[in-house]
Ligand binder design. Structure first.
Ligand code: SF4
Length: 260
């Protein structure tokens, strides 16, 4: 840590104490994403293989279509074997802690496993706007966003392309990727996939949509949505850090709680 960032951490610590919003069990430290350590130990490679195997009889999401996507079959989500990306850019409309000063590095994936009839990105999620993207291209997208100063890589609607996205990480890490990964999803996730993502994804941003199965069935063909989100919530949020982005620095505040 250089003296400038050291001073910064001390100043931020004083600031937080001054606000009296934090109880004693908080930690301030430079944040190193977990995927880097998992890559070094070889665990990331194992997880990528396990996730890729799921594509043979796809159960990446609770629809469990069983499509053999590796052989070109497509499921309800319309995703096949190849990764498709719709757009890549710094985004300033996300939640402020993700945006910081230089934006959240969004990568919009084409198609969607939830397919809500009211989707604001209908052309992407339903009409398939986007282009086939190789693993190397995806790695380059992430590195380009990091170079632009983005504070994180924000995968928007990644659920149905998790294995293909992760397959691009080793190349990106080798070339210096070191910012947090955001999983910006519809909340209709497989427990098994979330388990395999543990330690790889730094921030979950599930966009919870339904508490009533009848409504979920009507608008997203997913009557089990409320049950899925309830069973996943503790796993998604438990032990997941709350992150604050600052220029070129990401701070991790763990076990933060607010005084009543
Ligand atoms: S990710 Fe797509 S193909 Fe796989 S189970 Fe879900 S809807 Fe079906």
């Amino acid at each position: 840590m250089n003296s400038l960032s050291g001073d910064f951490f001390k100043a931020l610590g004083r600031f937080c104490k001054g606000l009296s919003i934090l109880k004693s069990k908080h930690v301030l430290m430079p944040y190193i994403p977990g995927y880097i350590e998992l890559y070094k130990t070889g665990e990331l490679k194992k997880r990528i293989k396990a996730l890729n195997d799921i594509l043979k009889e796809c159960k990446l999401c609770p629809r469990e279509c069983g499509a053999n996507r590796l052989e070109g079959e497509i499921g309800v989500c319309q995703g096949g074997a190849e990764l498709m990306v719709s757009s890549v850019s710094p985004h300033f409309g996300e939640e402020p802690p993700l945006v910081g000063f230089h934006g959240s590095g969004t990568i919009f994936l084409t198609h969607c496993n939830l397919r809500c009839v009211f989707c604001q990105n209908y052309d992407i999620s339903h009409l398939g706007k986007g282009h086939i993207t190789t693993s190397s291209e995806m790695a380059n997208y992430m590195l380009r966003l990091q170079k632009m100063g983005c504070h994180n890589i924000n995968f928007v609607t990644p659920t149905h392309y998790v294995p293909q996205i992760l397959a691009s990480l080793p190349e990106a890490i080798d070339s210096g990727l070191n910012i947090p990964l955001v999983f910006n999803c519809g909340g209709y996730e497989s427990l098994e996939v979330i388990r395999l993502l543990q330690g790889i994804i730094d921030i979950y941003m599930p966009d919870v949509k339904y508490a009533d199965g009848r409504v979920a069935k009507k608008y997203s063909m997913s009557p089990d949505y409320p049950d899925v989100i309830k069973s996943l919530s503790p796993r998604i949020y438990q032990r997941t850090p709350i992150l604050i982005s600052c220029p070129n620095i990401v701070l991790c505040i763990e076990q933060m709680s607010f005084q009543s």
